[in-house]
Design a binder for this molecule. Sequence first.
Ligand code: ATP
Ligand code: MG
Length: 257
Amino acid sequence: MSGGPDALLSVRGLRKTFGPLEVLKGVNMEVRPGEVTFLIGPSGGGKSTLMRCMNFLDMPNAGEIVFGGKRLCHEDGSVFHAAPERVLRAARSEMPMVFQHFNLFSHRTVLQNVIEGPVMVQRRRREEAVGEAEEILRRVGLGDKLGHYPDQLSGGQKQRVAIARALAMRPRLILFDEPTSALDPELVAGILDTIRGLADNGMTLIVVSHEMGFARKLADTVHFIADGTILESGPPERIFDSPENTRLLGFIRSILH
Ligand SMILES: Nc1ncnc2c1ncn2[C@@H]1O[C@H](COP(=O)(O)OP(=O)(O)OP(=O)(O)O)[C@@H](O)[C@H]1O
Ligand SMILES: [Mg+2]
């Protein structure tokens, strides 16, 4: 089974276990180009694991993922197959992930952090990568921080470096896992604005976030994930204003209180 012809990313029957723990129990979702998808749900529900499986930081146990027309994993009979590592690596660079805790190289400058992927993974020419990185860093407001090290930056600036690093890969889709939850409150709005700018420019995004106001404004589709399954999906107005699933209703109430 494959995604519709217009899907950029298609996930079918995705399963993931950690030892005896079944964390993803058959997840289905599709993302079209330019679409903004939010994943919401209670802690431990499997949101991060789903994202990590999408770009093979965690290896799924079963199911199919098709990205940009390439099948990254599938089942043949009941045997699970993942594509060769070079295919997964290419997909990972076209679908980079931005983490809650930035995950920058602490002993490298801002510029070195941003050109690492283009030069080492994508084998692009260094001068070209530097020129493009400088332009991206200017765009995210860090044009004057190229030679700084991560510990010389604020949390919001570090997250901008992480976003610049993702953009430098010339991604087709960016995965954000709680990009603002490690930030001081006064820095959150700036990062949300940066993400909104990406969406406005047509970038395809999947975002895990507890910022419900942000999800409501930006999302095309919201998936509510709990206990390793998507319990309800829909446009933000439906999800937030007239949820049908009782767990989603409870989740929304708990967040509003
Ligand atoms: N590497 C791992 N080894 C063992 N169990 C794991 C691992 N990673 C995640 N889990 C377990 O999988 C479940 C889902 O975790 P996950 O991090 O995907 O949840 P989440 O929805 O992102 O939660 P949160 O909102 O707190 O970030 C949890 O029970 C977690 O303990
Ligand atoms: Mg998580």
